[in-house]
Design a protein around this ligand. Structure first.
Ligand code: HBI
Ligand code: FE
Length: 278
């Protein structure tokens, strides 16, 4: 991870110019490789809301898109815009952007050597992973509520708990649909391997959404997830963020953390897929 201090010069909000003209042919070629792989894989695996957002955004297939153009489409849909940042930004800066409906997207793209997994979000993860869901009005409201909640969690010293909610919903969330489980998490839709693994492998646990259970559950950032949480609807997710979390954080201080591979007897486990997709 690039140390924050070495990032290119930026203002206090870490926003930089995307530098679209500076991308070279290899950058655009890597984008095409990633885009073509995921766009074949996601129909039938990503939820309809994601696929509709992806389609309506008109994300360029042939190269890294221009954030300003995507922002105009996004703004008309839900009032969100994309701002370019040089990489991970401090938590308070990140939440401040979300609270103002600005999605901070990294402007560089991964190298060919790291095509399959990288720990820090790059432009493909942020634009193909996150932006399509911001076209959905309810999810767009959830992300802004999350940003406001993040600023409050920072003040209450409870960011580690709220970060788990982001991780197990925004990044690695699944949703139940009449056709079966579908993906909406950005960390999954931008990952070739995990898009298949999360729905089809008998390995990971799949548990019904429970806010406190999620905020007690640790997560790993360096491997496929051992547990996924499943929502019934985006309304359920947004409603979960309505209450004041202060009493939740107090209760969480009295409860032990749960390891990602463990299950509680009370967990509403969703059975693994009957047979891997042919
Ligand atoms: N910065 N650019 C960027 N993108 C992120 O997803 C991000 C971040 N800073 C902090 C952060 N995520 C997480 O620590 C919070 O979600 C908790
Ligand atoms: Fe992300």
């Amino acid at each position: 991870m690039v140390a924050i201090s070495k990032l290119p010069d930026h203002g206090p909000d870490y926003v930089i110019d995307q530098g679209w003209a500076a991308y070279n042919a290899e950058d655009h070629a890597i984008w095409r490789t990633l885009y073509e792989r995921q766009s074949k894989l996601l129909p039938g695996r990503a939820c309809e809301e994601y696929l509709a957002g992806f389609r309506d955004l008109g994300i360029a297939a042939d190269g890294i898109p221009d954030f300003a153009r995507l922002s105009d489409v996004l703004d008309r849909a839900t009032g969100w815009r994309i701002v370019a940042v040089p990489g991970l930004v401090p938590d308070d800066v990140f939440f401040e952007h979300l609270a103002e409906r600005r999605f901070p997207a990294t402007n560089w793209i991964r190298s060919r050597e790291k095509l399959d997994y990288l720990q820090e979000p790059d432009v493909f993860h942020d634009v193909v992973g996150h932006v399509p869901m911001l076209m959905n009005p309810i999810f767009a409201d959830y992300m802004q509520a999350y940003g406001r909640g993040g600023l409050k969690a920072l003040r209450l010293g409870a960011l580690d708990k709220l970060a788990r909610l982001y991780w197990y919903t925004v990044e690695f969330g699944l949703i139940r649909t009449p056709e079966g489980l579908r993906i909406y998490g950005s960390g999954i839709v931008s990952s070739h391997k995990e898009s298949v693994y999360c729905l089809e492998s008998p390995g990971p646990k799949r548990v019904g959404f429970d806010l406190m259970r999620i905020m007690r559950t640790n997560y790993r950032i360096d491997d496929l997830q051992e547990i996924y949480f499943v929502i019934d609807s985006f309304g359920q997710l947004f409603d979960a963020t309505r209450p004041d979390f202060t009493p939740y954080y107090e209760e969480l201080r009295r409860l032990s953390d749960i390891a990602p591979g463990d299950l509680l007897p009370s967990d509403p486990v969703i059975r693994p897929p009957s047979a891997a997709r042919s």
